[in-house]
Write a protein that binds this ligand. Structure first.
Ligand SMILES: C[S@@+](CC[C@H](N)C(=O)[O-])C[C@H]1O[C@@H](n2cnc3c(N)ncnc32)[C@H](O)[C@@H]1O
Length: 284
C-alpha cells in the first residue's frame, strides 16, 4: 500500500533504542564523532601509532565506503539508507558514490532532528538530493520498487524482526536492485550465545543490541525472495581497531573492551551482507 514518507509512528521504538538515541545521544559521545555512530573499518590505519580523532572519523567513513562499494552505484541510482542516524553516511553516498538521490530513514525522531540540523554542514546549500524520512526497518513508508539500492550500516543489531526487515527491503527495492547490510551478528546458531553476549556486553544485557545470528539474517533475506545472498566476515578490520580506540578511555576488563573478547571467543563477528532482487521472469 502506498504510504507517505511523513507517516508517523512507523513501529514501536524499543525502550533501550529510544534512550540511547534520544536523551542518551550516543552519537554525541567522544567514542564516535564526525556525525557517524559505528565501530569503524580500520584497514590501512596504523593501530600501533597514537590514534587521533581524524583516524576515528576516517574509520567510520571507511565502513561506509566498504558497504557502498559493494552496491554498484550508478548516477541514476536512488538509494535508501535504513537507520541513517545523523545522516553523515548519506553524504558519503552522495558525494563519493554518485547516487542521484539518497533517502535516509531512521526510527528515532530525535536522530532525524539531529540529521536535519547537520544537513547544512553535510551538503551543498540547496541540495535536493537528500531526503530524510521517519520510518522503521520493519515497516518502511515507501511504495513498492521505490529504490535501486538499499543499504544499512550498524543498525541491524537493533532490529527486532529480521524477517520483516528483509520483506520490506525486498518490497521497496525495484526488480534488479541490490542491498547491502553491515553489522554485528553471532557467527553460529548456539542458543547460549545470547546469554554469553549479555554476560559480556551491557548493550546486549539492556536489550539495545539483539543477539541475532548471521544465518538468521541471510535466511530472512532468502525467504523474502532475494538471491545471491552472501555474508562476508569483516571483523578482522573492525574489532581490533575499535578496541584500540576504546583503550584511550576504557580500561582493560571494562565491558566495552569485551567486544574484542567476544570476537576472539567466536561468539560475535562483524559482517557485510549483500543480496539482489531478481528481475521478474520474462523481463529484460
Ligand atoms: C549505531 S546507529 C548507526 C547510525 C549510522 N548508520 C552510522 O553508522 O553512523 C543506529 C541507528 O539505527 C536506528 N535504528 C534502530 N532501530 C531501527 C529500526 N528498527 N529502524 C530504523 N532505524 C533504526 C537508530 O535510531 C540509530 O540512529
Amino acid at each position: 500500500m502506498p504510504q507517505s514518507p511523513e507517516a508517523a509512528a512507523p513501529y514501536p521504538i524499543p525502550a533501550a533504542v529510544c534512550e540511547a538515541y534520544g536523551p542518551g545521544d550516543l552519537g554525541g559521545t567522544p567514542l564516535f564523532g564526525g556525525g557517524f555512530i559505528n565501530f569503524g573499518y580500520w584497514q590501512g590505519i596504523d593501530l600501533d601509532s597514537e590514534l587521533t580523532e581524524h583516524d576515528r572519523v576516517n574509520s567510520q567513513q571507511a565502513l561506509y565506503r566498504r558497504v557502498l562499494g559493494a552496491l554498484v552505484p550508478t548516477e541514476t541510482s536512488r538509494a535508501l539508507e535504513v537507520g541513517c542516524g545523523l545522516g553523515a553516511g548519506c553524504a558519503v553516498a552522495l558525494e563519493e558514490f554518485g547516487f542521484a538521490h539518497v533517502t535516509g530513514m531512521d526510527i528515532h525522531p530525535q536522530q532525524l532532528e539531529r540529521a536535519r540540523r547537520a544537513r547544512s554542514r553535510l551538503l551543498e546549500p540547496g541540495s535536493r538530493q537528500l531526503s530524510l524520512a521517519h520510518g522503521a526497518a520493519e515497516n518502511m513508508p515507501f511504495d513498492d520498487g521505490t529504490f535501486d539500492r538499499v543499504y544499512s550500516v550498524e543498525a541491524a543489531q537493533h532490529f527486532r524482526d529480521l524477517d520483516a526487515f528483509a520483506r520490506e527491503t525486498a518490497r521497496v527495492l525495484r526488480p534488479g536492485g541490490h542491498a547491502a547490510v553491515a553489522s554485528f551478528f553471532a557467527p553460529g546458531n548456539d542458543p547460549d550465545d545470547a546469554r554469553h553476549l549479555a554476560g559480556l556486553l551491557e548493550t546486549f544485557a539492556t536489550g539495545l543490541d539483539v543477539a541475532h545470528s548471521i544465518q538468521q539474517l541471510t535466511g530472512s533475506l532468502e525467504r523474502a525472495g532475494l538471491t545471491e545472498v552472501r555474508a562476508d566476515s569483516i571483523g578482522a578490520s573492525v574489532w581490533p581497531g575499535w578496541d584500540r580506540w576504546l583503550s584511550g578511555t576504557w580500561k582493560p576488563g571494562t565491558w566495552p573492551r569485551n567486544f574484542l573478547r567476544a570476537y576472539r571467543d567466536g561468539i560475535l563477528d562483524y559482517y557485510l551482507v549483500t543480496a539482489h532482487r531478481p528481475m521478474a521472469p520474462g523481463s529484460a
